[in-house]
Design a protein around this ligand. Structure first.
Ligand code: 0A1
Ligand code: ZN
Length: 853
């Protein structure tokens, strides 16, 4: 069986082996008779055999199904049950397949297929969950209309498409748009709705609902507003209208991912849709707005145009992430969004791309597709589209997208289809560009410069280190943006795009009065690592003068990194010039507070570890932690006299609004408070905790106090206040571990796994504790190895319940090769312990095997 430990090597699937399904599916009719342990699913499906099919077998996927009966054209048949599904003899002409199966939603802790969460039925079918609901060709290139009848005693019975009838104990739905099975959804529960409506630009009224458990009605308004903004934005910017009479969102507590774009019935992890000022931070609000947009945008990029096979996942995900980033930039601040995205890319995607799990945005093989919902497919996939847009220009991008929607609406497509649209719309040859989809690894671009006789020459050389299965890489086309500044800080050449296509290439700039200071890779125009000799003086100059906000921040980030590195490697004191530059910036009220907060946010300790490793120094997590502490303490002292004024100036007194401006001010205020707490022993933080009427300020105060090991009473008060709110309790669980000192983190996390409110079956709670442990760099990598052991134990225990979340969390170990041999040995032992666990899922088996290779 698929879920059990493979006795033989697990099957590997290859892109090159793609074969279309041998039958058309004309229509699907499903009936669900709901019961927690014995739901019956009846299917009636019209198939017609294709002429000259490459694979004429009638194979239907099916897993963990009890087959009750099967018929073809009304006559009983006995299909052969084989691994992963069934095969059956079929007529040569169109026929009707009927089956009845029984499933057990209440026992489904993997949260794939039909399962139960807090008493409600819900589904998760992407990528391959539909095969746990009924026998079906569960592949994205098989598209059909679905009509669904649900029989159950729950008050609310939902499925995809438009409602076509309902009565006591039943409801019927019809989705007229052909879709693959991974977009199927069903929800049944005693839910309540926050309702609204939207009129499309062609005048169609759409009913909108957010369905939640009773008691959560008050947490829907923000999500609803985000949905309406997304619908309008997709009309205005991409010309895409909604295409059903109703759009439903449902919040569920137990969910492996953030949310799911099922046609007309999006299902959300409750953490990604429920929001209120009292229970959600500014960061939560921003994330919720982005995820609502992301799922909504999938209606066109994913649902109307879907993927031919799962190797093409980045076709829908890269594009949809790109679109949601554009949306957030439009709703909030473009530079701030860009900086946040690059921070996230470096924290999550770069380690993936430069470690044992490296794979291209379009992988060519997998054992378990769920392991490929990665930062590379999503975020690098979006970066690739950003580069494409930059190379062809905004107007051509719009033209190509119009052509994409015109040409491929209703189809299941490939990356080749996507690039062909751009080639046809622009006349440009994209064969070299396509390497971005097939080559893994982050390119390194080395910059050297010369200046003579008024001419400045920039030489760019690219190379990409070997990655698993890809020892050699060809040069790619890389858009490198550049602007030039004069030595007195004026911009003398505005931003332009250089196209690096060779392994090494020179670009010249004439007519310059003096050697310029280049500002390279503005807006982070390509997901590469830029290598260039520079000085702290030059970085400080760019931090002060660059006209590109991203590169201003980048200069500050480089200074912060250099300072940390010299503190760790030479035992140096924090760089005084950098401290001065920071002080100036923080006090500069003409600058956007959100930007100032970002400049004040240190690079992560994990990133410093990577930088040290790249420079041939084995990172010592404790030393990196100590340097971070010393730096923050020194900065606090340097700012001592201005902190109270800055704190007051950034405090937002007006009623809480989750808008970008207020959020920026509060982010800066939170940074100031954490510095202040280092000096006043927590007085101000305690006052803020007491007075806070919103979660952002309450949480910031609690975090500052706990970091200072001075927040026990507030932590208890927080628990008492919020113990019945699951989402807030996730914050409480996570914060204990995130704030723990390096030698205490594993113990704190272990104690929390024994807490009455810890529930491993709830992915949010599990991630709150174990994700925070993996994120506490010095704690997780403490030399005792206690962090590694705890995580491994927990992952082994979770694997038999929820392979998907287990496998995803194994990536905490992916950076192991950076560290010293003692830590490597400890990690290896734990990884081998996981691999040896009885009945290990193929999800986890694949991840651990790849990490160990
Ligand atoms: N397509 C969704 C994410 C998603 C993927 C897989 C899932 O289960 C394995 C669930 C959700 C998105 O991009 O939002
Ligand atoms: Zn998505």
């Amino acid at each position: 069986m698929k879920d059990a430990a493979p006795a033989t090597a697990p099957e590997t699937f290859y892109l090159k082996d793609y074969k279309p399904f041998g039958f058309e599916v004309e229509a699907v009719e499903l009936t669900f008779k709901l019961a927690p342990n014995s739901t019956r699913v009846l299917s009636k499906i019209r198939f017609s055999p294709k002429a000259n099919a490459a694979d004429p077998r009638f194979f239907l996927h099916g897993e963990a199904l009890k087959l009750i009966s099967a018929k073809i054209d009304g006559a009983p048949v006995t299909p052969e049950l084989i691994a992963g599904g069934l095969i059956c003899d079929t007529p040569d002409s169109p026929f009707t397949w009927e089956s009845e199966v029984e499933i057990d939603p209440a026992a489904n802790t993997a949260l794939e297929g039909l399962y139960m969460s807090s008493g409600m039925y819900c589904t998760q079918c992407e990528a391959e969950g539909f095969r746990k609901i009924t026998y079906y060709p569960d592949r994205p290139d098989v598209m059909s209309t679905f009509s669904v009848r649900i029989e159950g005693n729950e008050k609310v019975l939902l499925s995809n498409g438009n409602p076509t009838g309902a009565g006591e104990g039943w409801a019927e739905w019809l989705d007229p748009w052909p879709k693959p099975a991974y977009l199927f959804a069903l929800v049944a529960g005693d839910l309540v709705n926050h309702a609204d409506s939207f009129t499309t630009r062609s005048g169609k009224d759409v009913e909108l609902n957010i369905w939640v458990r009773p008691g959560d009605e008050g947490k829907c308004a923000f999500g609803m507003d985000a949905l309406k903004k997304s619908m309008k934005w997709d009309e205005d910017v991409y010309g895409r209208e909604y295409d059903l009479d109703i759009f439903n969102i449902v919040a569920v507590d137990d969910f492996n991912m953030g949310a799911m774009e099922n046609k007309g019935l999006n299902i959300f992890n409750s953490s990604c849709v429920l929001a209120s000022p009292e229970t959600s931070t500014d960061a939560n609000f921003e994330r919720i707005e982005a995820i609502i947009a992301h799922e909504y945008f999938h209606n066109w990029t994913g649902n109307r145009i879907t993927c031919r096979d799962w190797f093409q996942l980045c076709l829908k995900e890269g594009l949809t992430v790109f679109r949601d980033a554009q949306f957030t930039a439009d709703m909030r601040s473009e530079p701030v969004k860009r900086i946040e995205d690059v921070i996230a890319l470096r924290a999550r995607q770069f380690p993936e791309d430069n470690g044992p799990l490296a794979h291209p945005p379009r992988p060519e093989q997998f054992q378990e597709i769920n392991n490929f919902y990665t930062a590379t497919v999503y975020e690098k996939g979006a970066e690739v589209i950003g580069m494409l847009k930059r190379l062809v220009g905004d107007d051509n991008y719009d033209k190509a997208l119009d052509l994409y929607f015109d040409r491929h609406d209703g189809q299941a497509c490939t990356i080749e289809d996507w690039l062909k649209v751009f080639e046809d719309a622009t006349g440009r040859d994209l064969s070299q560009f396509k390497l971005w989809y097939s080559q893994a690894g982050t390119p390194q671009v080395t910059v050297s410069e010369a200046y003579a006789g008024g001419t400045y020459t920039l030489t760019l050389a690219q190379s990409t280190p070997p990655t698993p299965g890809q020892p050699d890489k060809a040069p790619r086309v890389i858009p490198i943006t550049i602007g030039l500044l004069s030595p007195n800080g004026d911009e003398i050449r505005a931003t332009e795009v250089l196209e690096l296509t060779e392994a090494e290439q020179s670009f010249t700039f004439d007519g310059l009065a003096a050697k310029p200071v280049p500002s390279i890779l503005r807006e982070f125009s390509a997901p590469v690592i830029l290598k260039r000799e520079s000085t702290n003086a030059e970085r400080a100059f760019l931090l002060a003068h660059d006209t590109d906000p991203f590169n201003r921040w980048e200069a500050g980030n480089a200074l912060a990194t250099e300072t940390r590195v010299t503190m760790v490697t030479e035992g140096a004191a924090p760089d005084a010039a950098y401290l001065d530059a920071l002080e100036k910036l923080v006090r500069d009220d003409t600058l956007d507070p959100a930007f100032r907060a970002l400049v004040l946010s240190p690079p992560s300790q994990s990133e410093i570890a990577q930088t040290l490793h790249d420079r041939g120094v084995t990172p010592d997590p404790q030393k990196i932690y100590d340097a971070a502490e010393t730096f923050a303490q020194t900065l606090a002292q340097q700012l001592e006299t201005s902190l109270p004024r800055l704190y007051a100036a950034t405090t937002v007194d007006s009623p809480y609004q989750p808008d970008a401006h207020g959020a920026g001010l509060r982010a800066l205020n939170g940074r100031i408070l954490s510095l202040l707490t280092r000096l006043d022993g927590g007085e101000q933080a305690a006052r803020q905790y007491q007075a806070a009427d919103n979660m952002t300020q309450q949480y910031a105060a609690l975090a500052a106090l706990m970091k200072a090991e001075n927040g026990e009473s507030q932590s208890q008060a927080f628990f008492d206040q919020w113990q019945n709110d699951r989402l807030v309790m996730d914050k409480w669980f996570g914060l204990q571990v995130a704030c723990a000192a390096p030698d205490a983190a594993a113990k704190v996390a272990m104690d929390l796994t024994r807490h009455a409110l810890f529930d491993m079956k709830n992915p949010n709670r599990f991630r709150a504790v174990m994700g925070a442990l993996a994120g506490n760099h010095a704690g997780f990598h403490h030399k005792s190895g206690a962090g590694y052991t705890l995580l491994a134990q927990q992952l082994i225990a979770l694997d038999s319940l929820n392979p998907q979340t287990t496998a995803r969390m194994c990536s905490a170990f992916q950076t192991w090769a950076r560290y010293d041999s003692a830590r490597q040995a400890l990690i290896r032992t734990e990884l081998e312990r996981i691999l040896a666990a009885e009945d290990l899922s193929r999800d986890t088996n694949e991840m651990v095997s790849r990490i160990l290779q």
